[in-house]
Design a protein around this ligand. Structure first.
Ligand code: PAF
Length: 287
């Protein structure tokens, strides 16, 4: 019997110079490069990004950096899962070429004083409830894009507002990288894969799929142009009945501008953020 192929070795790149030298070597060999930015604790959702990156480009770099500036003072930065060797093993199985593993001093050297803020798109949804979060994301992602200068960078649609913020920042700042969204990967019961799902107790895990069921119900109700308010009220009540709370938002928004909609007349998303116990879950679906 033929043994299964052994996982390929993943290059570990620790700083900007090593990253740039590797990308330059690939480019000199005529190879295209994709970047998949992550905070580690990788799951099938991240691996779907890697696979799509492999379909786009010859070489794939996955960055793993738990970015302190995108966490608020009462958020889960210190308890965010850090499982580097598991992550590297998954990347090896998936055939990623390199892991970029900068430390905090590499990303934010002493005296660091520049922030990328994206206006408008961050005034809604997660923006008001996570002040500073999107500035942290936009700044670190802009740095990662400029450090690696890949052809393509891929992000999950599960963080839909984040994806739109990154697209806008890259466009506004003329960052020469194509930004690509990848559909959310879900468990069989509809729960979107997330590194934070591992915080859920067994009981919370059983309640968690309600979030996707509610999103689908709202999307179906508003698809034909009916007023969004009644479907959103019903959805919020269903989440609370299933044990979610507080529900930070359940909203129907324009898919491009993210402006809240009373009625749907073009591409739109239903988006939610809600706590289940101590765990904050976000999700969204297309209308
Ligand atoms: O989605 C994430 O994992 C993070 O927000 C990102 C894009 C890697 C920036 O730190």
């Amino acid at each position: 019997m033929t043994p299964p192929p052994s996982p390929s070795a993943v290059l570990r790149l620790g700083d900007v110079a090593a990253l740039r030298a590797q990308v330059r070597a690939w480019r000199n060999a005529g190879e295209t490069v994709a970047l998949v930015p992550t905070m580690g604790a990788l799951h099938e959702g991240h691996l779907a990004l890697v696979r799509q990156a492999q379909a786009r480009c010859r070489r794939v770099v996955v960055s793993i950096f738990v970015n302190p500036t995108q966490f608020g003072p009462n958020e889960d930065f210190s308890r965010y899962p850090r499982v580097l060797e598991d992550d590297i093993a998954l990347l090896a199985e998936t055939g990623a070429d390199a892991a970029y593993l900068p430390d905090v001093a590499t990303m934010y050297p002493p005296g660091f004083a520049t922030t990328v803020t994206v206006e408008g798109l961050t005034d809604v949804l997660c923006g008001p409830v996570r002040p500073g979060h999107f500035a942290g994301v936009a700044t670190v992602v802009t740095k990662l894009l400029l450090q690696a200068l890949p052809d393509v960078a891929l992000f999950g649609e599960k963080d839909f507002q984040q994806l739109q913020v990154i697209r806008r920042a890259a466009r506004d700042l003329d960052v020469p990288v194509a930004i690509e969204g990848v559909p959310t990967v879900r468990e069989a019961d509809g729960l979107a894969l997330s590194s934070r799902n591992r915080y859920l107790s067994d009981e919370e895990r059983r309640a968690a799929p309600t979030i996707h069921a509610v999103l689908q119900r709202v999307a179906a109700a508003v698809r034909g142009g009916a007023a969004t308010a009644p479907a959103l009220a019903e959805g919020r009540a269903a989440l609370e009945a299933a044990g979610f709370g507080p529900v930070q938002y359940l909203s129907v928004n324009d898919a491009e501008s993210l402006a809240p909609l009373d009625r749907v007349a073009g591409p739109a998303r239903v988006l939610v953020a809600a706590y289940l116990g101590r765990t904050r879950l976000i999700d969204n679906v297309a209308v």
